[in-house]
Ligand binder design. Sequence first.
Ligand code: PRP
Ligand code: URA
Length: 223
Amino acid sequence: MADNNVAIPGYSTRFVTVIDHPMVQHKLTILRNKETGPKQFRELIKELAIFEGYEATRHFQLEPIQVETPICETVAYTLRGRKVAIVPILRAGLGMVEGILELIPAARVGHLGLYRDPETHLPVEYYCKLPEDIGAREVLIVDPMLATGGSASAAIEALKQRGVASDQIRLLVIIAAPEGIQTVVNTDPNVNIYTCAIDERLDERAYIVPGLGDAGDRIFGTK
Ligand code: PRP
Ligand code: URA
């Protein structure tokens, strides 16, 4: 899959992985369109999560095993290493879980409830239920939107407090604002970020421009 490592200002060795595959960019355009309804929106979020999960698991390690094909015995490769937890940031992150589970069916799923206060734009935690062994897992945080970065940073801090090392955390979003990327990297530069696009900026309500609007409302049809 094609991808593009975009340098993060001020961090010479840190990059954001932008999934610039043509299929991804085509699906993202339909997702952005305000005429796209909740059913198709949900399907696209799931499909984009699969593409992203594919990239975000590229570093997984393999080990050789013997396998007998119908033709002969051979050496083939199987995954080894840490088990995975997917942690969606509620609500909108839920839309990405099914796609990642198609790739990694044995992954455990933790839930982290955060909402943005409409006045301050700061994240407020209202729910947290994680796998008991979260500290021993590699964690994929999923949330379609990285705007100010407040929610993602709060999620990273919540996981670190519960024993997850930051180099075991990957953040998968669909659209990122430059401000959000900077906030996350300032929170912890060891967290790798994957996105389908880096948009221009935030507006006065801290929505991503051009973005796609409110991801949670569009997934669940609440507005
Ligand atoms: C959205 C989105 C992120 C957050 C991003 O959730 O899904 O979690 O905003 O913004 P930030 O980077 O400025 O923190 P929202 O708070 O609207 O809640 P919802 O998913 O329940 O709609
Ligand atoms: N949350 C969203 O759902 N969309 C944005 O543009 C910003 C935050």
